[in-house]
Design a protein around this ligand. Sequence first.
Ligand code: EPU
Length: 419
Amino acid sequence: MEKKLKIKGGKLLTGTIDIDGSKNAALALIPASLLAKNVVTLNNVPRISDVFDMLDILSILNVKYQFINNTLTIDSTSIINKPLLSDNVKKIRASYYFIGALLSLFNEVTIAYPGGCKIGERPIDFHLNALAKTGVEINIDNDKLHFSYSYISNTTIVFPSTSVGATINLILASAKRENLIVLDNISCEPEVMQVIDFLNMCGAKIKKIDEKTLIIIGNDFSKNIEFNIMQDRIESGTYCILGALLGNKLTIKNAGLRHLQSLLLLLSQIGIIYKIENDSITFYQTKRKKTFTISTAPYPLFPTDLQQPLCVLASTIPGISYIYEGIYLDRKKHIQELNKLGCNIKSFNNKIIIEGPSNLKGSEITAYDLRGGAALIIAALVASGTSLISGVNYINRGYSDFVNKLEKVGACISMEENQ
Ligand code: EPU
């Protein structure tokens, strides 16, 4: 029976929400750990379904792991190369990091086409073209991809536009090979920097020449290391947006605020009342909010992963706000669902127009992707009456323990099994 989330909205939230480790850093660091060819301990790993899918993929490769609380120990000393064609490879996006990691270790890899949330076209042409430039031969047979190194080449790759996944994949594929690779127009997301820091701690030679350029001097290494994963800036940002709406002394703790500057600046401009202390932020009731215009863009600008929750905040502000989605032009399936709750949101191409204030009322709605699901939860918490949200599996992919976290601060939320 499909689980549904039941939310009775309209309650202010008080107390503390603790943020977990970063999903997108963890999903890259798990395959990156294989390059250490040793025992790696990752601290602060979030207990979310995407991480469990990555762990299942490790088992296919005969990699041993232990995941206790938030500490993940990965022992890859007996790793073997096997085709990765299982359903979890097809389900999640980050499975594509096994391309780089296994190429690095075995010179070849067979893998199913990666999946991920349905947020529009998500090609992997930047990965494929860049790998081909470093000497990788690629054969595509329906949704099965085969990669093998046919020669070693020192080369410079200029990514056509910034890509988190392609930057990390090229780093993984190149770090251990005897070559010199320059990557230009790289993604500067903090999660990419974590992968670089981790691999350098393992013995890799990856140097940042400037903000957008890396040089990788391939060399072999093996090291037993322990590494702390950064806080999840998107989980944190999602709860900050919730705090801006319903916070009545709601504190987001261990919030990773260093990486949330674009959101904090926007919240200040809107007039949201908050107080920062160390790495915690507390939200108080804001009576008057101002409309805004913002575009999503690569870090350090406003993250696409917060576009959907931000639509809910905009819906409560008198007047018209505009959000331009600059990364995933079709990341907008949440709009029709938010409108079912009473929002007044329209979109033309990548322009999202939100007219407020809307008087939200509970309804039956469906999450079609992770962050869209988060937006629906926020909207249902704001709405009067009861909402039932389907598609909970998407939300479990990236928000650990969210029902308990929200209940603890006073939300009326439960997971229903038999609807
Ligand atoms: N792109 C291409 N070709 C490629 C790769 C990317 O055209 O080969 C395009 C994409 O379609 C997109 C843009 O380039 O328009 C940026 O995509 P990027 O490669 O940076 O995204 P990603 O690596 O697939 C990661 C996160 C996403 C996050 C984006 C952008 C992981 C596992 N996923 O995706 O996270 O939205 O970076 O910051 O790290 C989420 O957490 O909800 C999520 C979707």
